[in-house]
Design a protein around this ligand. Sequence first.
Ligand code: C2E
Ligand code: CA
Ligand code: CA
Ligand code: CA
Length: 275
Amino acid sequence: SKTTGRGRYSFFSEDMDMTLGRRQRIELDLRLALAEGGQLHVYYQPIRSARDRQIVGYEALLRWNHPESGWISPEFFIPVAEETGLIEDIGAYVLSEACAAAAFWTGMTVAVNVSAVELRNPAYAEKVEKTLAAAGLEPRQLELEVTETAATDETTAAADNLRRLRALGVKIAIDDFGTGFSSLGRLQSLNVDRIKIDKSFVRGLGQKAGDEAIIRAIVDLAHARGLKTTAEGVETPEQDAGLTRIGCDNLQGYLYSKAVPLHELKDMIVARRKT
Ligand code: C2E
Ligand code: CA
Ligand code: CA
Ligand code: CA
């Protein structure tokens, strides 16, 4: 089944192939959650520099605490939100929360996931600009994570948004890199700042020889183009060592911390600065 690691998610996890009834119920409940508040929470997973081991940023990850069903994984409700257009409101909520949180820490980057649906809205870049201004956050402290497909979206609106955002100083990262089509070749033409290496490759480090070679190729090619790299899903000290040896810039995963509420992230950052 699709239950994520820690066993916190129980609902909707039996089969990805949801019946229409279930889907509609998620949509209705999601609308209610957005209208009433209190159920959707933004959690933050710290990201470290491989070189000096310091926390350099964090990724905002949405959590839904459903009143009856408990914690529901974003892997289930984000696709529904995308199909119904609710992702625009959800994305706006996550972005404003994340920018407000990041405004406290200079020098740290907050990463926010952006759906291809949001990116296709011609007003998206302007919305981001307004959110940054409202939070008092420097554009370069925000990194938007888009999928390979969204980054190579030929529609004018998506390409325009990416161009405008980068001109503003916002960073763009390609999420789940390596899972799309013809990835390595595409790296040459992508106008982005960072590549996030998908956790499926990180998992094979030290076990499958091919995965180390793929990661090395991605990192070398990215660096040759002046792009930064982040490895996601780092779970073991061996993976940490391998990625550091390869020269991957940033590391993120359960080895360091899962995504936590804002107050826990603050404690973590303050504690590390004292040592
Ligand atoms: P993602 O952007 O690839 O996020 C990384 C996922 O891997 C997160 O799952 C994170 O909790 C999990 N993860 C972190 N470290 C480890 C590790 O060491 N091992 C393993 N196995 N997993 C790890 P999560 O939070 O369940 O999110 C799932 C997906 O839902 C995200 O994948 C992203 O695509 C989407 N998502 C989450 N929040 C948002 C959001 O605010 N907006 C949009 N559009 N999508 C979101
Ligand atoms: Ca992401
Ligand atoms: Ca990812
Ligand atoms: Ca993913």
